[in-house]
Design a protein around this ligand. Structure first.
Ligand SMILES: Nc1ncnc2c1ncn2[C@@H]1O[C@H](COP(=O)(O)OP(=O)(O)O)[C@@H](O)[C@H]1O
Ligand SMILES: [Mg+2]
Length: 327
């Protein structure tokens, strides 16, 4: 499934990230949706030949002038509604909203007031991984989750606010490609962003800016948090989902975790010796995702610079469940 779009490559990339579906500038079989653009250099004179399914098409008719109106009229004749025709300048957000609504309006069973929600809003995009004690497995979970999403074809950024940052070691990425908003960018299977100054001196304004920019460029933005993140940093990011990791250390890790509201909980390094009763007495109603202790798998992965997800069955199982819970 893909969208055929005549917009420029940069905009197509943004559309793909927001809609979570490939956007191609060339036709490659029957597209699920078509974005027709009147070329300012002449090029396409009329949209008609490109409209194969008027319910799955939008037209950008160039400027709001006579030429544009003529183009729009052709589109209307071919069966497009008024809301499917845009004039320049077009707001990306509006385009995304209309496309996602029309794409979801299959078969007429969907309630339109529901489906005006973009994919963006219904699926978690910015995900932070917290854990209230050092060494509980935040970075292990963050790197593995990133690798999982990457593996199902999603474009993933990791912001490594760990102290010290280690996520790059899980991917064997060493060299920095560029710096951006005070972050070093390490590009690889997933792109990793690390504050140049270390997390404690990193300005929260910059964090806010880079998280919202990365949201446009990536399908997932995963933030590996330090054990006690700065209050200002947490305020600066607009989270879709908070993952809270704890381990067998019930007092130092599970107790503070259980006090967090509204997270998805991961009981990592779970060991049978810690009785269900003890865990239950601390966790109450919280139903965590369980990742069993697997020292061999985790160490083998680390020494090969791979996320634990790749080598450890226990981690892979838990991460699959976590991804499903995140949505
Ligand atoms: N499920 C697990 N079983 C065994 N060891 C684990 C597990 N999860 C993480 N570890 C190990 O625990 C150590 C700390 O993990 P890490 O993810 O770096 O923690 P944090 O980011 O919370 O400080 C690492 O050596 C890692 O390999
Ligand atoms: Mg860490």
């Amino acid at each position: 499934m893909y969208i055929h779009s005549m917009l420029n490559a940069e905009v197509n990339e943004k559309l793909a990230a927001r809609l979570n579906i490939p956007v191609k500038s060339e036709k490659d079989g029957e597209p699920a949706f078509t974005v027709i653009v009147k070329s300012s250099q002449g090029g396409i004179e009329t949209p008609t030949p490109y409209i194969t399914n008027p319910k799955k098409t939008v037209v950008i008719a160039g400027k709001n002038d006579e030429e544009g109106w003529a183009f729009a009229e052709e589109a209307e004749k071919a069966g497009l509604g008024e809301e499917q025709i845009f004039f320049m300048p077009v707001k990306l957000k509006e385009l995304v909203e209309v496309i996602s609504r029309l794409m979801e309006a299959d078969g007429g069973t969907e309630d339109i007031s529901w489906s005006t929600d973009t994919v963006n809003e219904t699926r978690a995009k910015t995900i932070a991984v917290a854990g209230l004690r050092g060494g509980v497995g935040r970075s292990t979970v963050a790197a593995s989750l990133a690798d999982y999403f990457k593996g199902i074809g999603e474009k993933v950024a990791v912001i490594d606010l760990g102290s010290p940052p280690v996520v790059n070691m899980h991917f064997g990425i060493e060299a920095a490609d560029e710096t951006r908003d005070g972050m070093v960018v390490l590009k690889g299977d997933v792109d990793i962003y690390v504050p140049e100054t270390g997390v404690w001196d990193y300005p929260s304004d910059n964090l806010q800016k880079i998280v919202s920019e990365l949201n446009l460029q990536y399908r997932r933005v995963i933030i590996d948090l330090p054990p006690e993140p700065r209050h200002q940093h947490m305020e600066a990011i607009n989270l879709d989902c908070l993952v809270v990791v704890f381990d067998y250390d019930m007092i130092l890790s599970a107790k503070p975790a259980a006090a967090v509201q509204g997270g998805i909980f991961v009981y990592n390094k779970a060991v049978p010796e810690v009785s269900q009763l003890l865990a239950a007495s601390i966790l109450g109603d919280i139903e965590p995702i369980v990742i069993k202790m697997d020292i061999e798998g985790c160490n083998a992965a680390l020494s090969d610079n791979k996320p634990a997800y790749v080598y450890s069955e226990a981690v892979a199982q838990g991460i699959g469940q976590l991804a499903a819970r995140i949505g």
